[in-house]
Design a binder for this molecule. Sequence first.
Ligand code: B12
Length: 212
Amino acid sequence: MHESVQKIKESIIEGRHKEIESLVREICKTGIDLDTVIQEGLIAAMDVVGQKFGAGELFVPEMMVSAMTMKLGLNIVKPLLTGKAGAPKGTVLMGTVKGDLHDIGKNIVIMMLEGAGFQVIDLGVDIDVEKVVAKVIEIRPQVLGLSALLTTTMPEMKRVIEELGARGLRDRVKVMVGGAPVDAAFAEKIGADGYGKDAAQAMALARSFVGL
Ligand code: B12
């Protein structure tokens, strides 16, 4: 791996938030492929952090500092990514479902989609069914992306899909779902159009939904 990408990864894992911006700025000046910085640096770091958390090697405050460090890095890359895009490829509405405040993964997905040239409207977290449906009517996105990190909030995804159906809107928008407890079988069971296990898959799905 590129030495500077490795440095960025380590900086996030160790939560060294004071140095991340200059590290990312420097590497971007080299003309490196920005997807490499995101995938092998920023996202790979959060994967490690997630694993360490799962193994009890680090705790929520450290996790939050790492996430904040990653966000600082993403904020440097983001304008460079969107700057290289042409006309929007399509519009994606993204949100974390009702009762759920987890947004780190959703925000990474949004970054990747924006990087791929989509216009993304972020509804934020803890979004109730009514608000999602109202926004689908208002914005008419081609794709709706729903994120859930809690097993207790996964059923909200089904509620959104049912409500879209009840209002005659289901054919108007492709629905993709994701988040750590979600899988392809669940997505199929609730009638979603697709499931993505990570941001790269989310991007591939969105592209396929708009015929790219
Ligand atoms: C960080 C974190 C928090 C932070 C969230 C901060 C934030 N702003 O997001 C805080 C501290 C607030 C938090 C709170 C809670 N948490 Co929490 N949290 C986590 C933790 C450690 C990491 C989640 C994360 O960010 N992962 C990193 C990202 C990059 O991965 P990701 O979210 O999976 O996203 C990727 C993919 O899933 C996919 N993806 C995500 N969304 C979407 C959407 C679409 C459309 C697609 C296609 C793909 C996609 O792409 C992403 C990028 O690759 C996990 C444990 C873990 N190791 O996963 C627990 C975890 C999710 N939390 C858990 C719990 C229980 C809670 C609390 C209830 C704790 C409590 N008792 O208060 C509260 C609930 C608050 C609420 N109402 O939501 C449990 C859930 C258990 C369960 N089975 O439901 C976990 C699994 C921890 C555990 N092992 O017990 N948490």
